[in-house]
Ligand binder design. Structure first.
Ligand SMILES: C[S@@+](CC[C@H](N)C(=O)[O-])C[C@H]1O[C@@H](n2cnc3c(N)ncnc32)[C@H](O)[C@@H]1O
Length: 493
């Protein structure tokens, strides 16, 4: 390709100077950018060019010439094959530093926001990897913050960043030669299932439950669903572990309503899995890669399990969203409540509220809170959770937030604060438009995708709001994902 200094198949020695949002090392050859999978900043590598484009190419790490001081041996045996983690070969402190730089870079590039130099932000908080960062970093979000640069605080990391996930979602497939049943993870960049016995970011209870369910399913002769033919029974096994109560839930996602040997299945699960409180079947006959179908039925036990965060008890049903890292969730929610700046007099809307987790945290500090969420079972859980915790100033609605919010507006609901916690794709444009019409004094944005966050912040900034402070929280150590809580205030008073 004209103007590109390398060709496919070339071998080049490069210094790795950055990391992409997908976890590939970034290096340059005569100013031309190469993404090198498996490389980390600080490495000098011999890279074999695999593809080239006009502005960047991709390369394979052929040999490590000199290792970065932050490079470590990934502790997980299946790390190379598995698509679940991307950063296990990089020291945790370096991961946290990169996550903050990544967030700051995306806010500047996509959101066109002025971001305070990292040294200034570092001075605001306790430093990466410390829980103190939450306390030290949260400052008053006031309208007179004006157009000061956005402060992106150091990431709140975990003291022990392993075994944190309370939910495992395991795709099932036929074993070698199309026989038997395996379940594990999708190979990087494919839908090929690799059998898995252990995963270091899962809580041990989940590992144990998945192993037992696979063993039982094999003993009952269950077949695996085959995406190509649309035949076979078991699509996914989803298990949850509630850390505070020890309860476990097993959900078998099947390609049809028939659940052969259901009584025997439940008997064996109850016998082999301690703490199991709920066994459900979810039916998904769609040809999509979506995990859950619309219909869930209880095979044995309760339809929910119970967990606790920050002294509030939550009922969680099979399809409901519940944050996967309980230790970090409490830090995330406390930051969101701090940024809301409540005095007890405010009306608050929590959009994309799930089972009412943030809503109920907010309710303890507000006059009235409204939560909206699209999954009906999640709202059933949210209402149950309000009752369970004797919280009577919370009201919930089912539906798309972008539809329900204008209805509330028409009914005269006038929020002082709006909290949003959308899925990866960010807020619906109609929702952002309604938020700008409602003109709350503060907005708190909880985001799991810095790029869509930055896009939405630009809309809010153009509509009279200022992004004041961003607190990244490491909900997903050893992966490229990073969660952010953002304090935003209205400036066009
Ligand atoms: C990232 S989760 C946050 C849930 C909750 N705040 C929590 O921390 O547990 C996003 C939630 O938005 C819901 N959701 C997705 N699209 C939605 C929409 N258009 N309107 C309302 N809720 C939606 C999902 O079902 C999910 O529960």
């Amino acid at each position: 390709m004209a103007g590109v200094p390398v060709a496919v198949g070339d071998s080049v020695v490069i210094d790795v100077v950055g990391m992409t949002h997908e976890g590939q090392g970034v290096g340059r050859v005569e100013g031309y950018t190469l993404f090198v999978s498996g490389a980390v900043p600080g490495d000098r590598v011999q890279a074999e060019v695999q593809s080239i484009g006009k502005s960047f190419g991709r390369a394979r790490l052929a040999a490590l010439v000199a290792a970065s001081p932050d490079r470590i041996a990934a502790p997980c045996e299946i790390y190379e094959a598995c698509g679940g983690c991307q950063l296990q070969h990089w020291g945790y402190a370096a991961q946290l530093r990169w996550k903050r730089e990544h967030v700051a870079g995306v806010l500047a590039r996509i959101g066109k926001l002025p971001v305070a130099p990292l040294e200034e932000a570092a001075g605001e908080a306790g430093g990466p990897g410390t829980a103190d960062a939450a306390q030290a970093g949260v400052r008053e979000i006031a309208p007179d913050a004006g157009r000061a640069p956005v402060v992106v605080l150091p990431v709140i990391g975990m003291d022990e960043p392993w075994r944190y996930r309370n939910k495992a979602q395991v795709p099932m497939a036929a074993g070698i030669g199309g026989h038997g049943l395996i379940g594990g993870f999708f190979e990087q960049g494919s839908h090929q299932v690799v059998d898995m016995e252990a995963c270091l970011i899962q809580q041990e209870q989940n590992e144990e439950t998945v192993r037992a369910v696979k063993r039982i399913a094999r003993s009952l002769g269950y077949s695996a669903y085959d995406r190509a033919t649309g035949r076979g029974l078991l699509r996914h096994v989803v298990v949850r572990h509630a850390e505070a109560t020890g309860q476990r839930m097993v959900v078998l996602i099947t390609n049809g309503r028939d659940m052969p040997h259901a009584d025997e299945l439940c008997g064996l699960i109850r016998q082999d899995i301690p703490g199991v409180a709920s066994i459900c079947q979810n039916i998904n006959t769609s040809a999509t890669s979506q995990v859950f179908g619309e219909e869930t039925r209880v095979l044995w036990g309760d339809e929910v399990i119970y967990d606790e965060i920050g002294g509030i008890t939550f009922a969680i049903s099979a399809r409901s969203f519940f944050q996967v890292n309980p230790t970090q969730t409490e830090r995330l929610y406390r930051t969101a409540v701090d940024y809301a700046g409540l005095t007890g007099e405010e009306t608050v809307i929590d959009a994309y509220c799930g089972i009412g987790t943030i809503t109920l945290f907010l309710a303890r500090h507000a006059r009235r809170v409204y939560g909206v969420e699209i999954i009906p079972e999640a709202i059933e859980d949210a209402r149950r959770n309000a009752l369970l915790n004797h919280i009577n100033n919370a009201e919930f609605a089912v539906g798309p937030a972008e539809v329900v919010m204008p209805q509330w507006q028409a009914e005269g609901v006038a929020p002082d604060v709006i909290v949003v916690d959308p899925p990866r794709k960010g807020c619906d444009p109609a929702l952002l438009a309604t938020m700008l019409e409602l003109r709350p004094a503060r907005i708190v944005y909880v985001s799991c995708d810095p790029a869509t966050l930055a896009r939405d912040l630009r809309v809010l900034e153009d509509g009279g709001y200022r992004t004041v402070e961003v607190q990244p929280v490491d909900m997903f150590p050893h992966t490229v994902h990073v969660e952010c809580v953002v304090g935003i205030c209205r400036v066009d008073t």
